[in-house]
Design a protein around this ligand. Structure first.
Ligand SMILES: [Zn+2]
Ligand SMILES: [Zn+2]
Length: 209
């Protein structure tokens, strides 16, 4: 038995990886008797690796966004050259990675869908330039949103797209009403006011909550 230096748990030897220098196939049999094992158990090692992978994945995605948008904006003449995004407009891989992770775990800020429930998960997260005709200042003119919202926004400005957000909220309210009272979507009942936030939803027809 051996104690893990990270979690303090006591496990059998084989729950600790054999240190790399001793895992060479040809010498394996000889070394197995003298093998040194990693100080950290396999569980802790895996967790550290996963966290690291997530961090790298976010940085990689941020880097890809900078390259893609940089080329695109330079081609359109909105910025002088692709490098300006980083040197002038504040596109910083570390900040971007942090923010996209945040959005990923909190859901799309426009449709409120969670990324875990989307088909492509991480790949459904995209960086949108709010107003594509203005300078691409990071933060004030950018936002991380889901691919579906980005596609449906297309090249509209946030102002033009804003109305969609209003209809999303209305749609969410109707979903809530339907979950309480399925009759509310029927023609005779569709025409009552949307309740204000926090209001008791009116009960109609035969439905009771
Ligand atoms: Zn451990
Ligand atoms: Zn969305």
């Amino acid at each position: 038995m051996k104690i893990c230096t990270r979690c303090g748990g006591e496990y059998p030897e084989h729950w600790f990886r054999i240190s790399r220098s001793h895992s060479d196939k040809s010498r394996e049999r000889f070394y197995r008797r003298f093998a040194t094992r990693a100080p950290v158990c396999k569980g802790c090692e895996r967790t550290a690796k996963d966290a690291n992978k997530r961090k790298h994945r976010a940085a990689f995605k941020a880097r890809t966004a900078i390259n893609r948008h940089g080329k695109n904006l330079a081609d359109k003449g909105i910025i002088g050259n692709p490098k300006e995004l980083e040197t002038l407009y504040g596109w910083d891989v570390r900040i971007m990675a942090h923010e996209l992770e945040h959005t990923y775990s909190n859901g799309c800020p426009i449709c409120h869908d969670s990324f875990a429930s989307m088909v492509n998960g991480y790949r459904d997260l995209t960086l949108d330039i709010k107003d594509p005709k203005q300078k691409p200042w990071y933060g004030s003119n950018t936002q991380w949103i889901c691919l579906s919202c980005n596609v449906s926004k297309s090249n509209r400005t946030m102002e033009e797209f804003g109305e969609d957000q209003h209809w999303w909220r209305a749609w969410e309210e109707n979903q809530k009403r339907m979950s309480i009272n399925p009759y509310c979507a029927l023609p005779l009942f569709h025409n009552y006011d949307l309740p204000a936030k926090g209001d008791q939803l009116p009960l109609m027809g035969f439905g009771t909550a």
